[in-house]
Design a protein around this ligand. Structure first.
Ligand SMILES: C[S@@+](CC[C@H](N)C(=O)[O-])C[C@H]1O[C@@H](n2cnc3c(N)ncnc32)[C@H](O)[C@@H]1O
Length: 344
């Protein structure tokens, strides 16, 4: 028996094509849009639920080596919404192209292009040659087999760690690129009644181990001051958690300092969930400079052995005596009761 010819219009409206289209479109929606869509029919309601479950199972959207799940046994928030970047982005790369990012689809794959964003920035001297800001091991690195010869010469100098970078001949597996292969330790994001979300260890992390980079949008000082003002106002009403960090690197001359403004509020990685502790917490920060990269990166290392299920914290800085300051709930014995805030 001959099967009846299928008309193009019938093929275009087949339910499976319809579901596949939805599965492509829905992951681009914000939580509010997804909630609206789920009100329209049972199909969209079920699809929205599965997207929500997938979002809650990995904050990093498969952009890190291990999934980093949200855990919430307190209220109705299954996850926090933001745009994920494994490393910091310059304003030009973060402006228009990253207003949305698919998250929660059943079949999109990790796109690691963003990982190389800052490491591909280079110093170029007047003759157009690439000037190195760190080591110059060139092709002498043995891809980490023997460890990189630059490690001994540069690591730990003056509070700044030096790594191989774009101007070195070695690959990512080189022993002197410890902070460049993403978050290798297992982490989770846990909801707290008073502090909101917080970043926790999901495995034992030995003292000295690299944990994560503080990644976000790199802002000019003018833009960071404007955003800080806006964030101060929004957070005074509660229900808003800004993640704008200002870091100052004193240059060798000691006469000048480099100011890095990293805003992870809208675009960032899981470091945006690290809460403050007045006792300094269990993370220490270091600026990591890699050879051939223009800007240093702010990285967190375990300052002590960290147990599984322990919250990861660091000190946001000195507390400014400010009557409008937010209450601190770090619970450390030296807690001063107020969260430090940036003096812009
Ligand atoms: C970088 S965010 C950290 C993640 C944040 N808890 C969240 O839910 O997204 C900074 C904000 O977290 C909250 N926070 C951080 N440390 C805190 C602490 N020790 N006590 C109370 N709130 C804290 C404050 O709202 C602060 O503005």
């Amino acid at each position: 028996m001959q099967s009846p010819p299928t008309t193009p219009s019938k093929r275009n409206t087949s339910p499976s094509l319809f579901f596949r289209c939805l599965d492509l479109v829905l992951p681009w929606l914000t939580p509010q849009e997804l909630a609206m869509a789920s009100l329209t029919c049972t199909t969209l309601c079920n699809l929205s639920k599965s997207i929500t479950l997938r979002r809650a199972s990995d904050a990093s959207r498969s952009l890190e080596p291990h999934p980093i799940p949200f855990r919430n046994s307190l209220d109705q928030h299954p996850y926090a919404y933001f745009i994920y970047t494994p490393s910091s982005l310059t304003p030009s790369s973060s402006s228009s192209s990253l207003l949305r990012q698919p998250w929660g689809s059943s079949h999109y794959e990790s796109d690691s292009d963003t990982r190389t964003e800052t490491s591909s920035l280079r110093f170029v001297d007047e003759s157009g040659n690439c000037a190195s800001s760190g080591c110059e091991c060139a092709e002498t690195c043995e891809d980490g087999k023997e460890g990189c010869p630059c490690v001994v010469g540069f690591a730990g100098f003056d509070g700044v760690v030096f790594e191989c970078g774009p101007s070195c001949g070695c690959r990512l597996s080189c022993g002197n690129r410890l902070t460049q292969t993403g978050i290798q330790v297992k982490l989770k994001i846990v909801r707290d009644r008073r502090k909101g979300w917080g970043l926790y260890a999901d495995q034992f992390i030995p003292k000295g181990r690299f944990v994560c980079e503080y990644a976000g949008e790199l802002l000019t000082t003018k833009e960071s001051r404007l955003r800080q003002e806006m964030y101060d106002e929004l957070s005074s009403g509660g229900h808003f958690s800004p993640a704008l960090l200002v870091v100052r690197e004193h240059l060798p001359s000691k006469k000048a300092c480099l100011r890095l403004n990293i805003d992870a509020t809208r675009i960032g990685n899981v470091s945006r969930f690290i809460n403050h502790s007045c006792d300094g917490g269990n993370l220490s920060t270091a600026l990591v400079r890699s050879s051939g990269a223009l800007l240093p990166r702010l990285c967190f290392f375990a300052s002590d052995d960290i147990k599984v299920d322990e919250e990861l914290t660091f000190s946001y800085g000195e507390t400014r005596l400010n009557s409008k300051g937010l209450r601190c709930f770090c619970a450390s014995s030296c807690c001063v009761g107020i969260l430090p805030s940036e003096q812009t």
